[in-house]
Design a protein around this ligand. Structure first.
Ligand code: ATP
Ligand code: MG
Length: 569
Protein backbone atom coordinates (compact mmCIF):
# COMPACT_ATOMS: atom_id res chain seq x y z
CA UNK A 1 0.00 0.00 0.00
CA UNK A 2 1.27 3.47 -0.72
CA UNK A 3 1.74 5.93 2.08
CA UNK A 4 0.50 9.42 1.49
CA UNK A 5 0.11 12.32 3.81
CA UNK A 6 -2.73 13.87 1.92
CA UNK A 7 -5.33 11.09 1.85
CA UNK A 8 -8.62 12.84 2.58
CA UNK A 9 -9.84 11.98 6.10
CA UNK A 10 -12.97 9.86 5.83
CA UNK A 11 -13.76 9.51 9.51
CA UNK A 12 -13.39 11.54 12.69
CA UNK A 13 -10.31 9.63 13.85
CA UNK A 14 -8.48 10.24 10.60
CA UNK A 15 -9.51 13.88 10.98
CA UNK A 16 -8.02 14.10 14.50
CA UNK A 17 -4.78 12.61 13.24
CA UNK A 18 -4.64 14.92 10.23
CA UNK A 19 -5.12 17.90 12.58
CA UNK A 20 -2.45 16.62 14.98
CA UNK A 21 -0.03 16.27 12.10
CA UNK A 22 -0.71 19.85 11.07
CA UNK A 23 0.05 21.16 14.56
CA UNK A 24 2.98 18.74 14.92
CA UNK A 25 1.42 17.53 18.17
CA UNK A 26 3.48 14.34 18.51
CA UNK A 27 6.47 15.59 16.49
CA UNK A 28 4.68 14.37 13.40
CA UNK A 29 4.62 10.78 14.64
CA UNK A 30 1.66 8.43 14.28
CA UNK A 31 1.90 5.33 16.42
CA UNK A 32 -1.10 3.10 17.08
CA UNK A 33 -1.53 -0.37 18.52
CA UNK A 34 -3.97 -3.24 18.40
CA UNK A 35 -4.25 -4.55 21.98
CA UNK A 36 -6.12 -7.87 22.22
CA UNK A 37 -6.49 -9.82 25.42
CA UNK A 38 -5.43 -13.38 24.57
CA UNK A 39 -8.59 -14.88 26.01
CA UNK A 40 -10.35 -15.95 22.82
CA UNK A 41 -10.17 -15.92 19.05
CA UNK A 42 -10.57 -12.70 17.11
CA UNK A 43 -13.97 -11.90 15.63
CA UNK A 44 -15.19 -9.58 12.91
CA UNK A 45 -15.53 -6.76 15.47
CA UNK A 46 -11.82 -7.00 16.13
CA UNK A 47 -11.25 -6.76 12.38
CA UNK A 48 -12.80 -3.30 12.51
CA UNK A 49 -10.30 -2.27 15.17
CA UNK A 50 -7.38 -3.93 13.33
CA UNK A 51 -8.25 -2.23 10.04
CA UNK A 52 -8.55 1.08 11.83
CA UNK A 53 -5.30 0.88 13.80
CA UNK A 54 -3.12 -0.73 11.14
CA UNK A 55 -4.89 1.24 8.41
CA UNK A 56 -4.08 4.57 10.04
CA UNK A 57 -0.44 3.57 10.40
CA UNK A 58 -0.27 2.55 6.75
CA UNK A 59 -1.88 5.76 5.56
CA UNK A 60 0.64 7.96 7.29
CA UNK A 61 4.27 8.35 6.40
CA UNK A 62 6.29 6.95 9.32
CA UNK A 63 3.10 5.57 10.80
CA UNK A 64 3.52 2.33 12.75
CA UNK A 65 1.11 -0.01 14.47
CA UNK A 66 2.13 -2.40 17.24
CA UNK A 67 0.53 -5.69 18.11
CA UNK A 68 0.34 -5.88 21.86
CA UNK A 69 -1.16 -8.62 23.96
CA UNK A 70 -2.89 -7.18 26.98
CA UNK A 71 -2.13 -10.28 28.98
CA UNK A 72 -2.84 -9.17 32.52
CA UNK A 73 -5.43 -11.78 33.43
CA UNK A 74 -3.65 -15.17 33.41
CA UNK A 75 -6.76 -17.12 34.41
CA UNK A 76 -8.53 -16.72 31.08
CA UNK A 77 -5.52 -16.52 28.84
CA UNK A 78 -3.90 -19.18 26.73
CA UNK A 79 -1.02 -19.55 24.30
CA UNK A 80 -3.47 -21.01 21.75
CA UNK A 81 -5.16 -17.62 21.63
CA UNK A 82 -1.86 -15.78 21.33
CA UNK A 83 -1.02 -17.85 18.26
CA UNK A 84 -4.41 -17.68 16.61
CA UNK A 85 -4.54 -13.89 17.04
CA UNK A 86 -1.21 -13.44 15.28
CA UNK A 87 -2.27 -15.75 12.47
CA UNK A 88 -5.54 -13.86 12.02
CA UNK A 89 -3.96 -10.40 11.92
CA UNK A 90 -1.44 -11.61 9.34
CA UNK A 91 -4.17 -13.24 7.32
CA UNK A 92 -6.06 -9.95 7.20
CA UNK A 93 -2.95 -8.57 5.55
CA UNK A 94 -1.34 -6.49 8.30
CA UNK A 95 2.22 -6.49 9.54
CA UNK A 96 3.54 -5.41 12.92
CA UNK A 97 7.15 -5.89 11.83
CA UNK A 98 9.30 -6.45 14.91
CA UNK A 99 6.81 -4.70 17.15
CA UNK A 100 5.12 -7.63 18.87
CA UNK A 101 4.72 -6.72 22.53
CA UNK A 102 3.16 -8.14 25.67
CA UNK A 103 1.93 -6.18 28.66
CA UNK A 104 3.52 -8.97 30.69
CA UNK A 105 6.93 -7.79 29.44
CA UNK A 106 6.28 -4.59 31.38
CA UNK A 107 5.29 -6.20 34.70
CA UNK A 108 8.49 -5.10 36.45
CA UNK A 109 8.16 -1.58 35.09
CA UNK A 110 4.51 -1.45 36.10
CA UNK A 111 5.45 -2.62 39.57
CA UNK A 112 8.00 0.18 39.81
CA UNK A 113 5.42 2.72 38.66
CA UNK A 114 3.12 1.48 41.42
CA UNK A 115 5.92 1.89 43.96
CA UNK A 116 6.35 5.44 42.70
CA UNK A 117 2.66 6.17 43.27
CA UNK A 118 2.93 4.79 46.83
CA UNK A 119 5.96 6.99 47.51
CA UNK A 120 4.06 10.00 46.20
CA UNK A 121 1.16 9.23 48.51
CA UNK A 122 -1.06 8.42 45.52
CA UNK A 123 -1.61 4.72 46.20
CA UNK A 124 -2.19 2.55 49.26
CA UNK A 125 -2.56 -1.07 50.21
CA UNK A 126 -6.15 -1.77 51.15
CA UNK A 127 -7.08 -4.78 53.28
CA UNK A 128 -10.84 -4.64 52.93
CA UNK A 129 -12.39 -7.82 51.57
CA UNK A 130 -13.63 -7.74 47.97
CA UNK A 131 -17.22 -7.51 49.28
CA UNK A 132 -16.34 -4.62 51.57
CA UNK A 133 -14.57 -2.80 48.77
CA UNK A 134 -17.70 -3.10 46.71
CA UNK A 135 -19.84 -1.87 49.54
CA UNK A 136 -17.55 1.10 50.26
CA UNK A 137 -17.55 2.06 46.60
CA UNK A 138 -21.07 3.50 46.70
CA UNK A 139 -23.36 3.61 43.69
CA UNK A 140 -24.03 5.79 40.70
CA UNK A 141 -26.29 7.95 42.87
CA UNK A 142 -24.45 7.69 46.20
CA UNK A 143 -20.86 8.68 46.92
CA UNK A 144 -18.47 6.05 48.27
CA UNK A 145 -16.71 5.94 51.63
CA UNK A 146 -12.99 6.04 52.22
CA UNK A 147 -11.31 2.79 53.16
CA UNK A 148 -10.04 2.72 56.77
CA UNK A 149 -6.67 1.64 55.30
CA UNK A 150 -6.37 4.75 53.18
CA UNK A 151 -4.29 6.55 55.80
CA UNK A 152 -1.58 3.89 56.03
CA UNK A 153 1.89 5.39 56.00
CA UNK A 154 4.06 5.28 52.90
CA UNK A 155 6.46 2.93 54.71
CA UNK A 156 3.73 0.50 55.68
CA UNK A 157 2.34 0.56 52.15
CA UNK A 158 5.75 -0.09 50.62
CA UNK A 159 6.35 -2.94 53.03
CA UNK A 160 2.96 -4.55 52.40
CA UNK A 161 3.18 -4.14 48.65
CA UNK A 162 6.59 -5.78 48.61
CA UNK A 163 5.28 -8.66 50.70
CA UNK A 164 2.27 -8.99 48.36
CA UNK A 165 4.77 -9.49 45.57
CA UNK A 166 6.77 -11.94 47.67
CA UNK A 167 3.71 -14.16 47.99
CA UNK A 168 3.14 -13.74 51.73
CA UNK A 169 -0.61 -13.23 51.41
CA UNK A 170 -3.53 -15.12 49.99
CA UNK A 171 -5.64 -13.99 47.04
CA UNK A 172 -7.94 -11.18 48.09
CA UNK A 173 -6.14 -10.41 51.37
CA UNK A 174 -4.88 -7.06 50.06
CA UNK A 175 -4.99 -4.96 46.92
CA UNK A 176 -3.12 -1.88 45.86
CA UNK A 177 -5.47 1.02 45.21
CA UNK A 178 -5.01 4.47 43.79
CA UNK A 179 -5.88 7.30 46.17
CA UNK A 180 -8.15 9.52 44.12
CA UNK A 181 -11.63 10.51 45.21
CA UNK A 182 -14.31 8.34 46.80
CA UNK A 183 -16.94 10.96 46.00
CA UNK A 184 -16.16 11.22 42.29
CA UNK A 185 -19.24 11.00 40.07
CA UNK A 186 -17.17 8.58 37.98
CA UNK A 187 -17.23 5.36 39.97
CA UNK A 188 -14.00 4.22 38.29
CA UNK A 189 -12.19 7.13 40.01
CA UNK A 190 -13.20 5.97 43.51
CA UNK A 191 -9.80 4.65 44.55
CA UNK A 192 -9.61 2.00 41.81
CA UNK A 193 -7.63 -1.18 42.31
CA UNK A 194 -4.25 -1.15 40.54
CA UNK A 195 -2.75 -4.52 41.55
CA UNK A 196 -4.31 -7.68 42.95
CA UNK A 197 -2.96 -10.94 44.29
CA UNK A 198 -3.60 -13.93 42.03
CA UNK A 199 -1.58 -17.00 42.80
CA UNK A 200 -1.82 -18.46 39.34
CA UNK A 201 0.95 -19.06 36.81
CA UNK A 202 1.02 -16.86 33.73
CA UNK A 203 1.47 -18.30 30.23
CA UNK A 204 4.54 -16.13 29.70
CA UNK A 205 5.97 -15.23 33.09
CA UNK A 206 5.35 -18.59 34.77
CA UNK A 207 5.32 -18.23 38.58
CA UNK A 208 7.48 -15.18 38.55
CA UNK A 209 4.53 -13.09 39.68
CA UNK A 210 1.66 -13.62 42.08
CA UNK A 211 0.38 -10.07 41.82
CA UNK A 212 -0.97 -8.77 38.54
CA UNK A 213 -1.78 -5.23 37.39
CA UNK A 214 -5.38 -4.35 36.61
CA UNK A 215 -6.31 -3.58 33.03
CA UNK A 216 -6.71 0.16 33.65
CA UNK A 217 -3.27 0.45 35.19
CA UNK A 218 -1.49 -1.72 32.64
CA UNK A 219 -3.16 -0.37 29.54
CA UNK A 220 -2.30 3.32 29.69
CA UNK A 221 1.23 2.65 30.88
CA UNK A 222 1.85 0.04 28.18
CA UNK A 223 0.66 2.59 25.61
CA UNK A 224 3.00 5.16 27.11
CA UNK A 225 6.00 2.80 27.27
CA UNK A 226 5.52 2.05 23.57
CA UNK A 227 5.26 5.70 22.62
CA UNK A 228 1.72 5.35 21.29
CA UNK A 229 0.33 8.65 20.03
CA UNK A 230 -3.32 7.72 19.48
CA UNK A 231 -4.81 5.03 21.70
CA UNK A 232 -7.92 4.00 19.84
CA UNK A 233 -10.52 1.94 21.68
CA UNK A 234 -14.23 1.22 21.75
CA UNK A 235 -16.88 3.44 23.33
CA UNK A 236 -17.33 1.43 26.51
CA UNK A 237 -13.91 2.71 27.57
CA UNK A 238 -15.02 6.31 27.45
CA UNK A 239 -15.49 6.37 31.23
CA UNK A 240 -12.05 4.81 31.71
CA UNK A 241 -10.41 7.76 29.98
CA UNK A 242 -10.39 9.86 33.13
CA UNK A 243 -8.41 7.17 34.95
CA UNK A 244 -6.18 6.64 31.89
CA UNK A 245 -5.25 10.30 32.01
CA UNK A 246 -4.96 10.45 35.81
CA UNK A 247 -2.38 7.66 35.94
CA UNK A 248 -0.29 9.18 33.17
CA UNK A 249 -0.53 12.65 34.73
CA UNK A 250 0.57 11.44 38.16
CA UNK A 251 3.58 9.47 36.94
CA UNK A 252 6.76 10.82 35.35
CA UNK A 253 6.14 9.38 31.87
CA UNK A 254 7.61 10.68 28.60
CA UNK A 255 4.58 9.97 26.49
CA UNK A 256 0.92 10.64 27.19
CA UNK A 257 -1.15 9.13 24.36
CA UNK A 258 -4.56 10.49 23.48
CA UNK A 259 -7.35 7.99 24.02
CA UNK A 260 -9.98 8.15 21.28
CA UNK A 261 -13.17 6.08 21.42
CA UNK A 262 -15.24 4.78 18.52
CA UNK A 263 -18.41 2.68 18.29
CA UNK A 264 -17.85 -1.05 18.32
CA UNK A 265 -19.20 -3.18 15.52
CA UNK A 266 -22.45 -4.99 16.19
CA UNK A 267 -23.71 -7.36 13.54
CA UNK A 268 -27.24 -8.69 13.14
CA UNK A 269 -28.04 -12.39 13.71
CA UNK A 270 -24.84 -13.05 15.62
CA UNK A 271 -23.01 -12.13 18.82
CA UNK A 272 -19.66 -10.38 19.02
CA UNK A 273 -18.43 -10.91 22.50
CA UNK A 274 -15.66 -13.29 23.33
CA UNK A 275 -17.38 -14.31 26.52
CA UNK A 276 -20.43 -15.45 24.56
CA UNK A 277 -18.38 -17.05 21.81
CA UNK A 278 -16.46 -19.04 24.44
CA UNK A 279 -19.82 -20.23 25.73
CA UNK A 280 -20.83 -21.48 22.29
CA UNK A 281 -17.53 -23.34 21.89
CA UNK A 282 -17.43 -24.85 25.38
CA UNK A 283 -21.11 -25.77 25.29
CA UNK A 284 -20.66 -27.69 22.04
CA UNK A 285 -23.15 -25.47 20.21
CA UNK A 286 -20.61 -25.13 17.40
CA UNK A 287 -17.75 -27.39 16.38
CA UNK A 288 -15.08 -24.97 17.57
CA UNK A 289 -13.77 -21.43 17.25
CA UNK A 290 -13.37 -22.00 13.53
CA UNK A 291 -16.86 -23.38 12.94
CA UNK A 292 -17.89 -21.71 9.66
CA UNK A 293 -20.98 -20.30 11.36
CA UNK A 294 -18.92 -18.38 13.90
CA UNK A 295 -18.28 -14.64 13.41
CA UNK A 296 -14.63 -15.30 14.25
CA UNK A 297 -11.99 -14.55 11.66
CA UNK A 298 -10.99 -18.21 11.67
CA UNK A 299 -14.62 -19.22 11.14
CA UNK A 300 -15.12 -16.72 8.34
CA UNK A 301 -11.86 -17.82 6.71
CA UNK A 302 -12.92 -21.45 6.80
CA UNK A 303 -16.32 -20.46 5.46
CA UNK A 304 -14.61 -18.91 2.42
CA UNK A 305 -14.36 -15.22 3.28
CA UNK A 306 -11.30 -13.50 1.83
CA UNK A 307 -9.22 -10.94 3.73
CA UNK A 308 -10.05 -8.39 1.02
CA UNK A 309 -13.78 -8.86 1.51
CA UNK A 310 -13.43 -8.26 5.24
CA UNK A 311 -11.24 -5.21 4.79
CA UNK A 312 -13.69 -3.77 2.27
CA UNK A 313 -16.50 -4.44 4.69
CA UNK A 314 -14.65 -2.59 7.46
CA UNK A 315 -14.04 0.39 5.20
CA UNK A 316 -17.66 0.41 4.12
CA UNK A 317 -19.15 0.40 7.63
CA UNK A 318 -17.06 3.42 8.55
CA UNK A 319 -16.13 4.62 12.01
CA UNK A 320 -18.57 6.56 14.12
CA UNK A 321 -19.13 7.74 17.67
CA UNK A 322 -22.57 6.20 18.03
CA UNK A 323 -23.45 2.54 18.52
CA UNK A 324 -25.46 0.86 15.79
CA UNK A 325 -26.11 -2.57 14.35
CA UNK A 326 -24.77 -3.43 10.91
CA UNK A 327 -26.90 -5.71 8.75
CA UNK A 328 -25.08 -9.01 8.23
CA UNK A 329 -26.23 -8.77 4.60
CA UNK A 330 -23.59 -6.09 4.12
CA UNK A 331 -20.87 -8.56 5.10
CA UNK A 332 -22.32 -11.09 2.68
CA UNK A 333 -22.44 -8.46 -0.03
CA UNK A 334 -18.75 -7.74 0.49
CA UNK A 335 -17.68 -11.33 -0.02
CA UNK A 336 -19.95 -11.78 -3.04
CA UNK A 337 -18.52 -8.72 -4.64
CA UNK A 338 -14.98 -9.99 -4.15
CA UNK A 339 -15.55 -13.61 -5.15
CA UNK A 340 -17.60 -12.63 -8.18
CA UNK A 341 -14.42 -11.37 -9.80
CA UNK A 342 -12.07 -14.15 -8.89
CA UNK A 343 -13.85 -17.39 -8.07
CA UNK A 344 -13.97 -19.75 -11.06
CA UNK A 345 -17.48 -20.83 -11.98
CA UNK A 346 -18.34 -24.50 -11.98
CA UNK A 347 -21.42 -26.70 -11.85
CA UNK A 348 -22.78 -28.97 -9.15
CA UNK A 349 -26.22 -30.28 -8.23
CA UNK A 350 -27.50 -30.26 -4.64
CA UNK A 351 -30.88 -31.99 -4.97
CA UNK A 352 -30.58 -34.18 -8.04
CA UNK A 353 -33.30 -35.05 -10.50
CA UNK A 354 -32.29 -37.63 -13.11
CA UNK A 355 -32.65 -36.63 -16.74
CA UNK A 356 -32.30 -39.07 -19.65
CA UNK A 357 -31.74 -37.56 -23.10
CA UNK A 358 -33.57 -40.12 -25.22
CA UNK A 359 -32.09 -39.17 -28.59
CA UNK A 360 -28.50 -38.95 -27.31
CA UNK A 361 -26.35 -42.00 -28.16
CA UNK A 362 -25.93 -44.38 -25.25
CA UNK A 363 -22.14 -44.62 -25.29
CA UNK A 364 -21.32 -41.10 -26.42
CA UNK A 365 -19.50 -38.55 -24.26
CA UNK A 366 -18.67 -35.03 -25.38
CA UNK A 367 -16.19 -32.71 -23.73
CA UNK A 368 -17.89 -29.31 -23.93
CA UNK A 369 -16.15 -25.98 -23.50
CA UNK A 370 -17.11 -23.98 -20.43
CA UNK A 371 -15.93 -20.48 -19.53
CA UNK A 372 -14.30 -20.23 -16.11
CA UNK A 373 -15.44 -16.71 -15.36
CA UNK A 374 -17.40 -14.46 -17.70
CA UNK A 375 -16.20 -11.50 -15.56
CA UNK A 376 -12.61 -12.29 -16.45
CA UNK A 377 -11.71 -13.95 -19.76
CA UNK A 378 -8.12 -14.44 -18.65
CA UNK A 379 -9.34 -17.20 -16.34
CA UNK A 380 -9.76 -19.37 -19.43
CA UNK A 381 -11.88 -22.35 -20.34
CA UNK A 382 -12.30 -25.92 -19.15
CA UNK A 383 -13.95 -29.09 -20.46
CA UNK A 384 -17.19 -30.44 -19.02
CA UNK A 385 -18.38 -33.95 -19.99
CA UNK A 386 -21.90 -34.33 -21.41
CA UNK A 387 -23.65 -37.66 -21.79
CA UNK A 388 -27.04 -39.31 -22.08
CA UNK A 389 -27.85 -39.38 -18.36
CA UNK A 390 -27.61 -36.12 -16.42
CA UNK A 391 -28.72 -34.57 -13.17
CA UNK A 392 -30.42 -31.22 -12.77
CA UNK A 393 -31.86 -29.60 -9.62
CA UNK A 394 -35.29 -30.78 -8.51
CA UNK A 395 -36.22 -27.12 -8.14
CA UNK A 396 -35.60 -26.53 -11.81
CA UNK A 397 -38.57 -28.66 -12.83
CA UNK A 398 -42.28 -28.22 -12.16
CA UNK A 399 -44.83 -30.55 -13.57
CA UNK A 400 -47.44 -27.85 -13.28
CA UNK A 401 -45.44 -24.62 -13.61
CA UNK A 402 -46.87 -21.50 -11.97
CA UNK A 403 -46.82 -18.16 -13.75
CA UNK A 404 -43.31 -16.75 -14.21
CA UNK A 405 -41.71 -20.15 -13.65
CA UNK A 406 -39.63 -20.36 -16.81
CA UNK A 407 -37.52 -23.41 -16.04
CA UNK A 408 -38.20 -26.95 -17.22
CA UNK A 409 -41.76 -28.27 -17.44
CA UNK A 410 -43.48 -30.92 -19.59
CA UNK A 411 -43.20 -29.97 -23.26
CA UNK A 412 -40.97 -26.99 -22.52
CA UNK A 413 -37.54 -26.30 -23.97
CA UNK A 414 -34.66 -24.85 -21.89
CA UNK A 415 -30.90 -24.44 -22.27
CA UNK A 416 -28.41 -26.59 -20.41
CA UNK A 417 -25.45 -24.35 -19.63
CA UNK A 418 -22.61 -24.70 -22.20
CA UNK A 419 -24.44 -27.72 -23.68
CA UNK A 420 -27.68 -27.97 -25.66
CA UNK A 421 -31.33 -27.02 -25.74
CA UNK A 422 -33.39 -29.83 -24.27
CA UNK A 423 -37.14 -30.42 -24.20
CA UNK A 424 -38.98 -32.43 -21.58
CA UNK A 425 -41.04 -35.15 -23.29
CA UNK A 426 -42.04 -37.40 -20.41
CA UNK A 427 -42.22 -37.42 -16.63
CA UNK A 428 -41.47 -40.66 -14.74
CA UNK A 429 -42.96 -41.01 -11.26
CA UNK A 430 -42.57 -43.34 -8.35
CA UNK A 431 -45.77 -45.37 -8.43
CA UNK A 432 -46.11 -45.56 -4.69
CA UNK A 433 -45.40 -41.93 -3.77
CA UNK A 434 -46.24 -40.08 -6.95
CA UNK A 435 -42.91 -38.30 -6.71
CA UNK A 436 -41.14 -37.31 -9.93
CA UNK A 437 -38.04 -39.49 -10.15
CA UNK A 438 -36.86 -38.99 -13.71
CA UNK A 439 -37.41 -36.80 -16.74
CA UNK A 440 -37.15 -38.05 -20.31
CA UNK A 441 -35.94 -35.30 -22.64
CA UNK A 442 -34.75 -34.83 -26.18
CA UNK A 443 -31.93 -32.56 -27.24
CA UNK A 444 -31.40 -30.49 -30.38
CA UNK A 445 -27.95 -31.42 -31.79
CA UNK A 446 -27.85 -28.07 -33.64
CA UNK A 447 -27.70 -26.09 -30.38
CA UNK A 448 -24.28 -27.32 -29.22
CA UNK A 449 -22.67 -24.76 -26.93
CA UNK A 450 -26.06 -23.44 -25.91
CA UNK A 451 -27.24 -21.33 -28.81
CA UNK A 452 -29.64 -22.02 -31.59
CA UNK A 453 -28.66 -21.24 -35.20
CA UNK A 454 -32.29 -20.43 -36.04
CA UNK A 455 -32.39 -17.77 -33.29
CA UNK A 456 -34.94 -19.74 -31.26
CA UNK A 457 -35.10 -18.35 -27.72
CA UNK A 458 -35.49 -20.17 -24.41
CA UNK A 459 -36.26 -18.46 -21.13
CA UNK A 460 -34.07 -20.44 -18.74
CA UNK A 461 -30.56 -21.81 -18.49
CA UNK A 462 -30.02 -24.65 -16.06
CA UNK A 463 -26.89 -26.07 -14.51
CA UNK A 464 -26.35 -29.83 -14.66
CA UNK A 465 -23.80 -32.62 -14.26
CA UNK A 466 -23.25 -35.82 -16.18
CA UNK A 467 -24.37 -38.70 -13.95
CA UNK A 468 -21.53 -41.05 -14.88
CA UNK A 469 -18.84 -38.40 -14.55
CA UNK A 470 -19.89 -36.41 -11.50
CA UNK A 471 -18.11 -36.71 -8.20
CA UNK A 472 -20.08 -37.09 -4.99
CA UNK A 473 -18.92 -34.46 -2.55
CA UNK A 474 -20.53 -33.06 0.58
CA UNK A 475 -22.12 -29.63 0.75
CA UNK A 476 -22.52 -27.76 4.02
CA UNK A 477 -25.12 -25.04 3.72
CA UNK A 478 -25.19 -22.41 6.40
CA UNK A 479 -27.81 -20.05 7.67
CA UNK A 480 -27.60 -17.37 10.36
CA UNK A 481 -26.38 -18.70 13.68
CA UNK A 482 -29.30 -17.06 15.46
CA UNK A 483 -32.94 -16.70 14.50
CA UNK A 484 -33.21 -13.32 16.18
CA UNK A 485 -31.69 -10.16 14.79
CA UNK A 486 -30.35 -9.20 18.21
CA UNK A 487 -29.99 -12.34 20.34
CA UNK A 488 -28.89 -10.12 23.24
CA UNK A 489 -31.96 -7.95 23.23
CA UNK A 490 -33.70 -9.26 26.33
CA UNK A 491 -31.75 -9.01 29.54
CA UNK A 492 -33.35 -12.00 31.25
CA UNK A 493 -33.35 -14.37 28.26
CA UNK A 494 -30.21 -16.37 27.56
CA UNK A 495 -28.89 -15.49 24.11
CA UNK A 496 -28.47 -19.22 23.38
CA UNK A 497 -32.24 -19.57 23.39
CA UNK A 498 -32.16 -17.99 19.96
CA UNK A 499 -29.62 -20.34 18.38
CA UNK A 500 -31.01 -21.40 15.03
CA UNK A 501 -31.79 -25.11 14.66
CA UNK A 502 -31.22 -24.75 10.91
CA UNK A 503 -27.87 -23.03 10.82
CA UNK A 504 -26.24 -26.06 9.20
CA UNK A 505 -27.65 -28.37 6.56
CA UNK A 506 -25.49 -31.13 5.11
CA UNK A 507 -26.26 -32.61 1.69
CA UNK A 508 -24.58 -34.88 -0.82
CA UNK A 509 -23.31 -32.72 -3.65
CA UNK A 510 -22.80 -33.97 -7.22
CA UNK A 511 -20.05 -31.86 -8.73
CA UNK A 512 -18.37 -31.75 -12.12
CA UNK A 513 -15.18 -33.85 -12.50
CA UNK A 514 -12.89 -30.83 -12.94
CA UNK A 515 -13.12 -30.47 -9.16
CA UNK A 516 -11.51 -33.84 -8.43
CA UNK A 517 -8.31 -32.20 -7.23
CA UNK A 518 -9.76 -29.03 -5.75
CA UNK A 519 -7.40 -27.72 -3.09
CA UNK A 520 -8.62 -27.14 0.47
CA UNK A 521 -9.37 -23.45 0.84
CA UNK A 522 -10.04 -22.91 -2.87
CA UNK A 523 -13.15 -20.98 -3.76
CA UNK A 524 -15.73 -21.49 -6.49
CA UNK A 525 -18.98 -20.10 -7.65
CA UNK A 526 -21.32 -23.00 -8.28
CA UNK A 527 -23.55 -21.60 -10.95
CA UNK A 528 -26.89 -20.51 -9.58
CA UNK A 529 -26.35 -21.90 -6.05
CA UNK A 530 -23.67 -19.83 -4.47
CA UNK A 531 -20.05 -19.37 -3.56
CA UNK A 532 -18.36 -22.33 -1.94
CA UNK A 533 -14.99 -23.03 -0.39
CA UNK A 534 -13.32 -26.42 -0.04
CA UNK A 535 -13.21 -27.12 3.68
CA UNK A 536 -9.73 -26.96 5.15
CA UNK A 537 -10.48 -29.24 8.06
CA UNK A 538 -12.67 -32.11 6.89
CA UNK A 539 -11.84 -32.29 3.20
CA UNK A 540 -9.40 -34.98 2.12
CA UNK A 541 -8.41 -36.80 -1.04
CA UNK A 542 -11.30 -39.23 -0.64
CA UNK A 543 -13.89 -36.81 0.64
CA UNK A 544 -14.47 -33.41 -0.87
CA UNK A 545 -16.33 -31.09 1.48
CA UNK A 546 -17.66 -27.74 0.29
CA UNK A 547 -18.73 -24.97 2.65
CA UNK A 548 -21.22 -22.59 1.17
CA UNK A 549 -19.77 -19.16 1.87
CA UNK A 550 -22.84 -17.29 0.73
CA UNK A 551 -25.75 -17.72 -1.65
CA UNK A 552 -25.98 -15.77 -4.87
CA UNK A 553 -29.18 -14.14 -3.81
CA UNK A 554 -28.15 -10.61 -3.21
CA UNK A 555 -30.44 -9.42 -0.46
CA UNK A 556 -28.24 -6.44 0.17
CA UNK A 557 -28.46 -5.09 -3.35
CA UNK A 558 -32.22 -5.53 -3.13
CA UNK A 559 -32.43 -3.73 0.19
CA UNK A 560 -30.37 -0.90 -1.24
CA UNK A 561 -32.57 -0.65 -4.29
CA UNK A 562 -35.68 -0.56 -2.13
CA UNK A 563 -34.14 2.14 0.04
CA UNK A 564 -33.15 4.23 -2.96
CA UNK A 565 -36.69 3.97 -4.26
CA UNK A 566 -38.03 5.10 -0.89
CA UNK A 567 -35.68 8.09 -0.93
CA UNK A 568 -36.75 9.08 -4.40
CA UNK A 569 -40.39 9.16 -3.35
P1 ATP B 1 -15.14 -8.79 23.51
O1 ATP B 1 -16.15 -7.76 23.84
O2 ATP B 1 -15.44 -9.56 22.28
O3 ATP B 1 -14.80 -9.68 24.66
P2 ATP B 1 -12.83 -7.30 24.05
O4 ATP B 1 -12.98 -5.85 23.97
O5 ATP B 1 -12.78 -7.90 25.39
O6 ATP B 1 -13.86 -7.97 23.11
P3 ATP B 1 -10.10 -7.27 23.33
O7 ATP B 1 -9.23 -8.43 23.09
O8 ATP B 1 -9.89 -6.45 24.53
O9 ATP B 1 -11.57 -7.81 23.29
O10 ATP B 1 -10.15 -6.36 22.05
C1 ATP B 1 -9.03 -5.84 21.42
C2 ATP B 1 -9.43 -4.57 20.73
O11 ATP B 1 -10.49 -4.82 19.82
C3 ATP B 1 -9.91 -3.55 21.72
O12 ATP B 1 -9.29 -2.31 21.41
C4 ATP B 1 -11.38 -3.49 21.52
O13 ATP B 1 -11.86 -2.21 21.78
C5 ATP B 1 -11.53 -3.89 20.05
N1 ATP B 1 -12.83 -4.51 19.82
C6 ATP B 1 -13.38 -5.55 20.48
N2 ATP B 1 -14.62 -5.81 20.03
C7 ATP B 1 -14.87 -4.92 19.05
C8 ATP B 1 -15.99 -4.67 18.20
N3 ATP B 1 -17.11 -5.40 18.26
N4 ATP B 1 -15.89 -3.66 17.30
C9 ATP B 1 -14.77 -2.93 17.22
N5 ATP B 1 -13.70 -3.11 17.99
C10 ATP B 1 -13.73 -4.09 18.91
MG1 MG C 1 -11.33 -6.07 26.41
Amino acid sequence: MTKTESAPPTNFIRQIIADDLKTNKHDGRVRTRFPPEPNGYLHIGHAKSICLNFGIAEENRDGLCNLRFDDTNPIKEDIEYVESIQADVKWLGFDWGDRLFYASDYFEQLYQYAVQLIKDGKAFVCSLSPDEIREYRGTLTEPGRESPYRTRSVEENLDLFERMRAGEFDDGAHVLRAKIDMTSPNVLMRDPTLFRIKKVPHHRTGDQWCIYPMYDFAHCLSDSIEGITHSICTLEFEINRQLYDWILDELPVDCHPQQIEFARLNLSYTVLSKRKLVELVNGGHVSGWNDPRMPTLSGLRRRGYTPESIRNFCERIGVAKRDSVVDIALLEYSVREDLNKRAPRVMGVLRPLRVVIENYPEDQVEALDALNNPEDDSMGWRKVPFSRVLYIEQDDFREDPPKKFFRLAPGREVRLRYAYYVTCVKVVKDEATGQVVELRCTYDPNTRGGSSPDGRKVKATLHWVSAAHSITAEARLYDHLFVKENPDEEKDVDFKTYLSPNSLETLPFLVEPSLANAEPGSKYQFERIGYFCVDTVDSSEDALVFNRTVTLRDTWARIQKAQQKKHQK
